[in-house]
Design a protein around this ligand. Structure first.
Ligand SMILES: C[S@@+](CC[C@H](N)C(=O)[O-])C[C@H]1O[C@@H](n2cnc3c(N)ncnc32)[C@H](O)[C@@H]1O
Length: 218
């Protein structure tokens, strides 16, 4: 996927001392360095299990919760924002999660370079930056090349679960994902815990929409 425009702008933000300590001390234990070769999840998690990748885990509350609730699944969280990665590393440590690891890098590049085609059991995209201004729409992650990439990385029958509180982006996601030949829309959506960003949207009165697509089996 040729892509110059990123779906994020790296803001420095404030990294708290404990987040920084987590980045320094815990990343070597619970982080996966970005690499241009495919990840061998059997080595990463020391077992063979279905793998789910999350794009933009933010502060990681929901990510850690989902991993804790699903010990038979391995999770890879991908996030570019340092304080978020630090926050999630702390949660992995505190909860002693063996089935959750973090990559601090652009998720599109991670999917392209580190994940083999047809290998993911699931993909999570919860509340991606909505980029509401028209001139910023080009930064939105869910566009046709991304839908093709997502479809290619999923195993047949694997799922793509997206959620947003921005109605017009939900429409775009629905249209783009429905048009991707590798994906088909599921009848039902999956349950998931409320995320930090979602709570903010609910507070502002935004309607939340979940979408579930499956990788076609043929
Ligand atoms: C609006 S926040 C939502 C965070 C979290 N999912 C939640 O619901 O609370 C979107 C997150 O996606 C991250 N992000 C955006 N584009 C990304 C990319 N290409 N790769 C990795 N992370 C990305 C941002 O840094 C941000 O933390």
């Amino acid at each position: 996927m040729k892509r110059e425009i990123k779906s994020y702008v790296l803001r420095q933000g404030r990294t708290t001392p404990s987040q920084q300590r987590a980045l320094d001390e815990l990343f070597p234990r619970f982080g996966i360095p970005f690499s241009k070769s495919f990840l061998n999840t059997k080595d990463t998690f020391a077992r063979t299990a279905p793998t789910v990748l999350e794009i933009g885990s933010g502060m990681g509350e929901t990510t850690a919760q989902i991993a804790q609730q699903n010990p038979s699944i391995d999770f890879i969280a991908v996030e570019v924002h340092g304080p978020g990665v630090g926050g999630l590393l702390k949660k992995i440590d505190a909860l002693e999660l063996k089935n959750l690891r973090v990559v601090r890098h652009d998720a599109v590049e991670v999917l392209e370079k580190m994940i083999g085609d047809g290998t993911l059991a699931g993909l999570h995209l919860f509340f991606p930056d909505p980029w509401p201004k028209k001139r910023h729409h080009k930064r939105r992650l869910v566009q046709p090349p991304f839908a093709a990439l997502a479809g290619r990385k999923l195993a047949p029958g694997g799922y793509f679960h997206a959620a947003t509180d921005w109605s017009e982006y939900a429409e775009q996601m629905d249209a783009v994902l429905s048009a991707e030949p590798l994906l088909e829309k599921a009848d039902q959506v999956k349950n998931r815990p409320v995320t930090k960003f979602e709570r903010r949207g609910i507070g502002l009165g935004h309607p939340v929409r979940d979408l579930l697509f499956l990788r076609r089996k043929e």
